[in-house]
Design a protein around this ligand. Structure first.
Ligand code: AR6
Length: 169
């Protein structure tokens, strides 16, 4: 296996991405929540929560797949990953976050997904400092062996966009 060919940052709503798989920043239940998870569940429809309930629960740092249901093609899969709740940084939060990105790529490989969109996992409700999260996201995605060819880092706000763009330079 090689590493990802292309990683780019884009500004916008992840539910509009045209990729094989979208990653959601879920909670352990995989039944849906707020933030990006809420947006993805609204777009995918109620079957997403039912499917999440069947495959979950999911531990922080792990990732699990379901179909994408009502999300528009070409999106076929939702990869649910659970970030760390930020507790100051001394509780393994960095490793858990890196594991979210690694495990999401591994699940994408199992699904045969080649293009994957990621949100800024754990930087919303879970409170992970955005700059530190951007560094971990880019470093992990750059170094993890995978068959995924193209990653789109979807920033919902300007600050996240700028931080990810700076890491990619
Ligand atoms: N597209 C892309 N990014 C988005 C979108 C969107 N539509 N909406 C929000 N973001 P968060 P977490 C950004 O809170 O911190 C849920 O309730 C947001 O601005 O969604 O991992 C789950 O069920 C931020 O940059 O996820 C869990 O309970 C990033 O997505 C909990 O929140 C992540 O923010 C997970 O918290």
């Amino acid at each position: 296996m090689r590493t990802v060919v292309r990683i780019e940052v884009v500004h916008g709503d992840i539910t509009a991405e045209q990729v094989d798989a979208v990653v959601t920043a879920a909670n352990e239940s995989l039944l849906g929540g707020g933030g990006v998870d809420g947006a993805i569940h609204r777009a995918a429809g109620p079957r997403l929560a039912q499917a999440g309930g069947r495959v979950g629960p999911c531990e922080p740092g792990d990732a699990m797949a379901t179909p994408a249901f009502d999300l528009d093609p070409p999106v076929r899969h939702v990869i649910h990953t659970v970030g760390p709740v930020w507790e100051g940084g001394d509780y393994g939060e960095d490793d858990t976050l890196a594991s979210c990105y690694r495990r999401s790529l591994a699940v994408a490989d199992e699904l045969g997904a080649r293009t994957v969109a990621f949100p800024a996992i754990a930087t919303g409700l879970y409170g992970f400092p955005p700059e530190r999260a951007a560094r971990i996201a880019v470093a992990t995605l750059r170094t993890t062996p995978t068959e995924v060819t193209h990653i789109r880092l979807v920033a919902f706000d300007r600050e996240t966009y700028d931080l990810l763009a700076a890491e990619l330079r």
